[in-house]
Design a protein around this ligand. Sequence first.
Ligand code: ATP
Ligand code: MG
Length: 351
Amino acid sequence: MARKRILTGDRPTGKLHLGHYVGSLANRVRLQDEYECFFIIADLHTLTTRPEKEHIDALRQNVNDVVLDYLAAGIDPAHSVIYLQSAVPAVYEMNLIFEMLITLPRLQRVPSIKDMARAANLGDESVPFGLMGYPVLQAADILMPRADLVPVGRDNEAHVEVTREIARRFNFLYGEVFPIPDALVGDVPSLVGTDGQAKMSKSLGNAIFLSDDAKTVSRKVMSMYTDPKRVSADIPGTVEGNPVFIYHDVFNPNHAEVEDLKTRYRAGKVGDVEVKEKLVKALNDFMQPMRDRRAKFEAQKGLVEQIIYDGTRRASEEGAETVSLMRKAMGLAGMWNRISRRAREAQSSQS
Ligand code: ATP
Ligand code: MG
C-alpha cells in the first residue's frame, strides 16, 4: 500500500531556529520513515512582500542554509524530497485554478496576512494581490503532491484550514482528486523568544539558531529574559511563563534536575546564573549532534545542490501528474484533446 504523504517546508528567509524545530522540524524527523515526505523551500512565498530583484538574488544563500539546517536536524535526503518551489511549474498552474475557489473576504479574515503586511510596513493601500493569496499559494504547495498531513507551527494552522476548504471545493465541483489534509502542530505550538516575547522569530532578534555554536548559545542564554522581580537570588521567583524554565521543560531531558531547579527557584534558593548554566548545558547537548551532522554534510561539495536538483525533478513529476488529474476532472483536458484531434483530422484531410 502507498504510504501517506507529508508536505511542509519553510520560506528561505534565513537560518532556522529552535522555534522551527519544535514547531515543525521535530515532527518531520519523527515521521520521515512512516510517510512519504515532500519538503518545500518556498521561495515564491517570499515574493509576496519582497519581489525586488536584489531580494531574489539574496535568496540563494538562504536556500542553501535552510537545506543544511534540514540535514543537520536529521532529515534524511535519501528518504525525502527536498525541492525548490519556484522551479516546479505545477505550483503556478494550481495556484491560478485555486484562486477561483475561495473568496476575497475569506482571505481577508486570515489573521497572519495582516501580520505579514504590518511586518513589511505595507499599509492597506499597498498590500499586493499576491499577499492576499499567500494561503492560496500554500494550498497549491500542499495539494501538489496530494498530501495527507502538514506539520506546522500554530501560526500556520489557519493556512492549512484554507487549503482544506479549497480541496473540498475542488472535489465538490469536479470530483475527488484531493485528500483533505490535516495540520499537525508540534509539541510546542509557539516557542517563546529569548526575550520573553510570545514567538521566537528571526525578525525579532530573539532566536537561537540551529547553526549557533556552543559559545553563542551560552551568550544568548546568559542574557535571557527571566523573572524581572528577582533582583537577587534569595527572592522567590516565578517559574510559570518564565522562558528559561519553558526551555528547560522542552530541551532538558533531566526531569529531576528541572524539578529541583524549579523548587529552589520558587523558594529563592537558587541563582539565575545556575539555572541558566544548566540550560546552556542541556541546549548544547541537544544541539551537538546537529552540529556534527552539519559539519559532515557541509564538507561534501555540491551535495546541497544535488539534493535540491533531484528533489525538484521528483516534485515536478508529481506536480505534472496532479495537474493532469485536475485538468481531466475539470474537463479542460477533454476540451483540449477534442480541439487537437479535430485540428489533426482537418490537417490530414487537406493533405
Ligand atoms: P520567523 O518567524 O523566525 O521569521 P518565519 O515566519 O519565516 O520565521 P515560517 O516560514 O513562517 O517562518 O515558518 C516555518 C514553520 O515554522 C511554520 O510551520 C511555523 O509555524 C513554524 N514556526 C516558526 N516560528 C515558530 C516558533 N517560534 N514556535 C513554533 N513554531 C514556529
Ligand atoms: Mg511565520
